[in-house]
Design a protein around this ligand. Structure first.
Ligand SMILES: Nc1ncnc2c1ncn2[C@@H]1O[C@H](COP(=O)(O)OP(=O)(O)OP(=O)(O)O)[C@@H](O)[C@H]1O
Length: 387
């Protein structure tokens, strides 16, 4: 846990970089600090590992006032990832990753075994990449080594300063996804600086939006986008914040439409009669357990030969998304397959389909929920058609 209590930093030339800052990062929480250049993000971060000393106020890590902790000892408890990565050019990737365990006195074999494990965790095969030197890696791979190195001694706290800033947008998104998956397993207490609001809302459990040396809003991504606390925040998150919400709103089972369904072993003739009765043009095909198998057109089952089953005619499903997927990703899948809907599964079990109309409802519902501070399920929704 990291706690700022009325922290101010004034540089010798009189610049007040941070002014009376108070906030807390809970254990296992990822907080992003976002704001324009020069607003005090890096200063905030560097005070946590005492690379910069505050002018006044107190910072606690796990309850302990860090002013009384030896900086070198403190830094061993805190992983640090920076944009320029800062790998040692003359050391192999494996030795770079083993730096901190070696510093804190682990035996060489244990430190290297741990480094190999960490490289694997960030998606770099230690056999291939371990013996290489940093210059023999791509920018994205170097960033991964930076993350592996910061995690190597298993510090409870991680500071990340624009960790994905130096790579192109495609690699960046991949690294962000990988890091989110990693964080689900390692559950570090993370403070991450970024100037990119999309990155801040995507990665943060909570987001601190900085103005000049002060936090203008400290809240969940949904709330920052849905109900900006000040005109400054509204301006900073941008006019397209509705679009940005797509990436922070997850699909819930209640958001989905229930299309007609046919069973894999059902006779085609029976399915055709039933589906025609319901005026359906196609149906989802499920197996006996309710797992998603594919889909079938009603005309196809209607024109099938005698004795055919739905399973004989079903098409395999090419695209589906798990429940909990962000709406933006689901919408991307819809566009990619040029489809009017996308199937949603929970494990293998089919739970429903997401359509553009349902996507709009889900988005509206999440905006209203944030505005009223209630759970999404409690919000009444009137569609435009009902109004
Ligand atoms: N050593 C220093 N001496 C004087 N002023 C400084 C010093 N370091 C930073 N500042 C000033 O403090 C303010 C905050 O700087 P800081 O680096 O924390 O901002 P930032 O939000 O991280 O910016 P960026 O996104 O550009 O990295 C800026 O006005 C900066 O010029």
């Amino acid at each position: 846990m990291i706690r700022f209590e009325q922290v101010t930093k004034r540089y010798p030339d009189g610049t007040t970089a941070v002014d009376g800052l108070s906030f807390e990062v809970a254990e296992g929480e990822l907080v992003t600090l976002v704001g324009p250049s020069g607003c005090g993000k890096t200063t905030t971060m560097m005070m946590v590992n005492r690379l910069i000393e505050p002018t006044s106020g107190r910072i606690r890590v796990d309850g302990e006032d860090i002013a009384g902790v030896d900086p070198v000892r403190l830094r061993r408890r805190i992983g640090y990832v920076i944009q320029q990565v800062g790998l040692f050019p003359h050391r192999t990737v494996l030795d770079n990753t083993a730096t901190v365990p070696a510093l804190v006195g682990w035996k060489r074999a244990r430190a290297r075994a741990r480094a190999a494990e960490l490289l694997d965790l960030v998606g770099l095969d230690p056999k291939t990449y371990g013996p290489r030197y940093p210059e023999q890696l791509s920018g994205g791979q170097r960033q991964r080594v930076g993350v592996a190195r910061a995690l190597a001694a298993d510090p409870p706290v991680l500071l990340m300063d624009e960790p994905f800033g130096a790579v192109d947008p495609v690699v960046r998104e991949r690294l962000q996804n990988e890091f989110l998956n990693l964080q689900r397993t390692v559950r570090k207490t993370v403070l991450m600086v970024t100037h990119d609001i999309e990155e801040a809302v995507r990665l943060g459990d909570r987001v601190a939006v900085y103005g000049q040396g002060r936090i203008e809003q400290f809240d969940t991504p949904g709330a920052v986008l849905g109900t900006p606390a000040t005109p400054y925040v509204a301006e900073f998150v941008g006019a397209d914040r509705g679009l940005k919400r797509l990436s922070v709103t997850a699909i819930e089972a209640d958001d989905l439409e229930q299309p007609p369904v046919a069973r894999l072993d059902e006779s085609a003739a029976r399915a055709a009669a039933r589906l025609r009765g319901d005026d359906a043009r196609w149906a989802m095909v499920l197996d006996a357990e309710g797992d998603l198998h594919g889909w079938v057109g009603v005309d196809e089952v209607a024109h099938a030969g005698p004795g055919a089953t739905v399973g004989d005619l079903a098409h395999r499903m090419n695209a589906w998304v798990p429940v909990g997927t962000p709406l933006k990703q689901a919408f991307g899948v819809m566009l990619q397959h040029d489809a009017g809907w996308v199937a949603v599964v929970d494990g293998a079990r089919f739970v429903g389909v997401l359509t553009p109309a349902k996507l709009h409802e889900a988005l509206r519902r999440s905006v209203d929920a944030d505005a009223h501070g209630v759970g999404r399920g409690d919000v009444e929704f009137d569609s435009i058609a009902d109004a």
